[in-house]
Design a protein around this ligand. Structure first.
Ligand SMILES: [Zn+2]
Length: 274
C-alpha cells in the first residue's frame, strides 16, 4: 500500500518521464478509475495536446500540472506508474495510458492498478483543487515537520497516537508502515493518547518519521523505477519492525508484539516503547 515514500518515488519517476512533455494521445481503459459519472472520452479529449508542466506531490497524492488544468492521481492500494515504448503491448491491469513526446523522444506512460482503488481526477483550468488535496496537513518532505505545531495539534487529540498519525490532516502521507516504524524509533507506545505526548517525545517522533521516510525512499530508488510494495508476493520486508511480529526487537531483543488498534494491525515492542 502506498505511503509518502512510494508516492514520492512515483513523483520522481513521473518527473523524468512526463514533465516537460507534450501529450500526443491519452487513453482510459477503465472508467472506474475516474470519478463517478465522468466519461473516459471527455478525459481523453481534455488531455490530448496538453503540455505537462510539473509533477507535484502532497501526502499520498500526485498532482500533474498541465498548461490547462491539472490531474490528481492517487495510487489507492496497488497503483503504479510505469514507462514503456509507444509500440509496447498493454500491461496487465493497465488503466490509463499517456503517449508523450519531448523533442524526438516518444514515451508511453501507463498507470497500472490491480485492485483499482486508485483515482485519476481531472480538474479543468479555472476549477479549484480537489478537497482531498487542499485538506491535507503539512507534508513531512515538502513542508518539513514543525515540532511545536505538531505538538500543539496532538495536544487537542485524545485518540491514541497511532491512529491519530494516520489522519491525513495531522501530517500528510503517513500510513500504517511509517506510523509503526516512527513510533518504534521514538520509543512511544502506539496506544498512548496523542495529547499526553511531551514536546520531547513529539520531537523524537518527528525525527523517527523522517528517518523512516528517508530509508524507504532510498530502498525504492535501489529497487528501480517502478514502485515495489512490501505486500507483493516475493517482496522482501525491509522494515525495522513492521511485519516482524514475534521476532526479537532490534533494540532490546524482546519479542515484538502485534495488536489491532483502531482496526489496524500494529506491531510494537511492549518492552521499549513506553
Ligand atoms: Zn524493544
Amino acid at each position: 500500500v502506498p505511503e509518502l515514500p512510494e508516492v514520492d518515488h512515483a513523483r520522481r519517476m513521473l518527473d523524468t518521464w512526463l514533465a516537460r512533455t507534450h501529450i500526443e494521445k491519452a487513453q482510459v481503459f477503465d472508467a472506474r478509475i475516474l470519478d463517478e459519472g465522468v466519461k473516459p472520452a471527455s478525459v481523453v479529449r481534455a488531455l490530448r495536446d496538453r503540455h505537462v508542466e510539473a509533477i507535484e506531490r502532497r501526502g499520498k497524492w500526485l498532482r500533474i500540472v498541465l498548461d490547462e488544468g491539472r490531474v490528481f492521481s492517487h495510487l489507492g492500494m496497488t497503483g503504479k506508474w510505469v514507462s514503456g515504448g509507444v509500440r509496447d503491448d498493454a500491461l496487465p491491469f493497465e488503466r490509463i495510458r499517456l503517449d508523450v513526446i519531448a523533442g524526438r523522444t516518444r514515451r508511453s506512460v501507463r498507470y497500472v492498478d490491480q485492485r483499482l482503488f486508485g483515482r485519476f481526477v481531472l480538474v479543468r483550468r479555472d476549477k479549484p483543487d480537489i478537497e482531498a488535496w487542499t485538506s491535507l496537513g503539512p507534508d513531512p518532505l515538502v513542508d518539513g515537520i514543525d515540532v511545536d505545531e505538531l505538538h500543539e495539534k496532538l495536544s487537542r487529540r485524545k485518540l491514541a497516537i497511532k491512529p491519530t498519525l494516520l489522519d491525513q490532516t495531522v501530517l500528510a502521507g503517513i500510513g500504517n508502515i511509517l506510523a509503526t516504524e516512527g513510533l518504534h524509533a521514538a520509543r512511544i507506545d502506539p496506544r498512548r493518547s496523542a495529547r499526553d505526548l511531551s514536546r520531547k517525545e513529539v520531537s523524537a517522533l518527528a525525527r523517527g518519521l523522517r528517518r523512516s521516510i528517508d530509508t524507504s525512499l532510498s530502498l525504492q530508488e535501489q529497487e528501480g523505477p517502478v514502485i515495489t510494495y512490501v505486500e507483493e508476493p516475493g517482496a522482501e520486508n525491509p522494515f525495522t519492525i513492521y511485519g516482524h511480529e514475534g521476532t526479537p526487537c532490534p533494540r532490546c531483543r524482546k519479542p515484538l508484539a502485534k495488536m489491532i488498534l483502531a482496526g489496524r494491525g500494529t506491531v510494537f515492542c511492549a518492552h521499549c516503547q513506553r
